[in-house]
Ligand binder design. Structure first.
Ligand code: G4P
Length: 539
């Protein structure tokens, strides 16, 4: 059976059909906006867990059970809670984790290539923050539809219009509110559902946790006056009128095409609009979408089983070189034991022990459907970007490398080990752990990563698996961009002019390394016929 079992035991409607509709999504946010709290509440409202707080607790328990990465244990970070599957009201939800704190990495970006939609969580007091913007840009690369959840409206926050305008102009997205706050902070009375005319409020009145939904005829319903103080209600009515006049109506197609984001004001901590968010996902978020591939895109209804690996997790214990590859299924009906062909090597592998990741535990996956994520244990044969398929010649595209945000020079303690170091770096780059660059001048390697944790993983694996003592030093560069030009002569001129700043990636693709963002912007301006790219398709 596909996702049923434990995660479904709290179902109201009984068993969910194995091939039920899927919603495969991620939450994008800046640290502290409330992603963990919202994840817990989604799992709770989705009946996947009994008590909020278990997302954190689960990590603790699992660490005693398994011998996953040493680093994970010592640092208490949950690199392994990558997928949380739960089923609710006949729909299977696959929530893919996008690690955001110190474990932010290229995997965080790549995970977004495996989802069909995203929830963008914004702190009502802070608006759009740096990491949200970065993750949003990755969503935009694939036109991933986004539902926005403005969190913490129970606290003093910024004016709703200011927040909506920031999304609209800052991210170039049309916005349409689905819920509207009634007061904020000390004057918070709840949120009003514009589609159903229900007020989500607390039976304790001002500031309490969500406990009741009250039906009204509309925002002008006199019954509202009986419950809400005059000054709060008049401000609410006035702002809502402006909002209704000023923002377009929700357009499901514009949302699915990635041009419009419905906005839900709520509070994850106090349960406001969490259920509405889940409903919005169920009703509006797309089912598994066709995936870009060569020779042609793969549609989920195709019979042959296909999928791609978007993440590989290694066990740091050198005696257990096992890995888990996370495969997003794109078409067909997968069954345990099935033989799948790896496009890169042309070899066939039998998948005997695929794993499902439920909210609270893992299970052998007997059967899986498009949109599902299965973990495949392997000894290093599967790599990020790999396509697995039933027979047919197909290769998924659009699982790129992302421009590194941290660049370091590799310092080798024993120069006699240069060849081994090269092999280690090339291996680990192929696996997707890091990116490597070879400057045109000089002989030292530069490694590029998106987050600090990636560097630490790299260092431990070089030491544990390749027995090489190497360290990382500050490199004179802050940014890297892949460069292309239609005119080879222009590219040659560019490379000659910037010889000291040029490097090659592991596929010999030309990369421009800038000392700082000023230099990068200046160079982009000065060379209009050169394309500067933040992503590059993995070869
Ligand atoms: P993250 O995963 O995005 O980093 O955020 P997380 O959920 O851990 O939330 C960050 C902080 O914001 C937590 O407080 C959390 O309780 C609080 N928070 C989340 N959602 C809401 C909300 O809707 N309203 C209010 N008022 N607070 C919210 P903390 O004090 O840092 O941690 P904790 O001790 O409460 O766990």
């Amino acid at each position: 059976m596909a996702p049923t079992g434990k995660a479904a035991s709290g179902q109201r409607n009984g068993e969910t059909a194995a091939d039920a509709p899927r919603r495969t999504f991620a939450i994008i946010s800046h640290p502290d906006a409330g992603k963990t709290t919202l994840t817990e509440k989604l799992l709770l409202f989705g009946d996947a867990i009994r008590l909020a707080g278990q997302v954190r607790a689960r990590g603790e328990r699992r660490r005693t059970q398994s011998d996953w990465m040493e680093m994970e244990r010592s640092r208490g970070i949950s690199i392994t809670s990558s997928v949380m599957t739960f089923d609710h009201d006949g729909i299977v939800f696959n929530l893919l984790d996008t690690p955001g704190h110190e474990d932010f990495s290229e995997d965080t970006y790549r995970t977004l290539t495996a989802v069909d939609s995203a929830i963008m969580v914004i702190d009502a007091a802070k608006g759009i923050e740096a990491q949200t913007r970065k993750l949003f840009e990755v969503c935009r690369l694939r036109n991933i539809p986004i539902i926005t959840f403005v969190n913490k409206v129970d606290r003093e926050g910024r004016d709703p219009f200011e927040l909506l305008d920031e999304i609209e102009s800052g991210l170039a997205l049309d916005v349409t509110p689905l819920m509207w706050p009634m007061g904020m902070g000390g004057q918070f009375y709840g949120v009003y559902d514009l589609q159903t005319n229900q007020l989500l409020t607390s039976d304790r009145g001002r500031g309490g946790a969500f406990s009741q939904r009250i039906q009204f005829e509309g925002p002008d319903d006199p019954k509202l006056d009986e419950r809400i103080p005059e000054h709060i209600l008049s401000a609410f009515r006035e702002s809502l009128e402006l909002a209704l006049a000023g923002y377009p109506e929700f357009d499901p197609k514009a949302y699915r095409d990635g041009h419009m984001t419905p906005v839900i004001f709520g509070s994850a901590l106090y349960d406001y609009a969490v259920d509405e968010l889940l409903q919005a996902l169920a009703t509006h978020a797309p089912a598994p979408r066709p995936q870009p591939a060569e020779p042609t895109e793969v549609r989920p209804e195709e019979d042959r089983v296909t999928g791609f690996v978007f993440k590989v997790q290694a066990n740091m214990d050198p005696n257990h070189r096992d890995r888990i590859a996370f495969l997003r299924l794109c078409s067909g009906r997968f069954q345990r034991g099935m033989k799948l062909r790896q496009a890169r090597s042309g070899k066939t592998m039998a998948v005997h022990n695929p794993i499902f990741f439920f909210a609270q535990e893992r299970e052998l996956a007997e059967e899986a459907f498009p949109g599902d994520i299965i973990g495949i244990p392997n000894h290093g044969t599967l790599r990020v970007g790999d396509t697995l398929s039933e027979g047919a010649e197909v290769r998924f595209t659009g699982i790129p490398n992302f421009a590194p945000e941290i660049l370091r020079r590799v310092r080798l303690d024993d120069p006699m080990r240069a060849k081994q170091l090269r092999r280690a770096l090339e291996d680990l780059a192929e696996e997707g752990v890091t990116q490597v660059f070879r400057p045109l001048l000089g002989s030292e390697w530069i490694v590029g990563v998106v987050g600090q944790l990636q560097l630490e993983v790299l260092a431990s694996r070089i030491a544990a698996e390749y027995k090489i003592a190497a360290g990382f030093e500050t490199a004179p560069y802050e940014a890297a961009r892949w460069v292309t030009a239609e005119d080879p002569a222009e590219m040659k001129r560019f490379q000659e002019r910037h010889r000291a700043s040029m490097a090659e990636d592991r596929d010999s693709g030309p990369v421009f390394m800038a000392r700082n963002s000023w230099e990068l912007n200046r160079t982009i301006q000065d060379w209009p016929k050169i394309g500067f790219h933040k992503t590059r398709e993995r070869a």
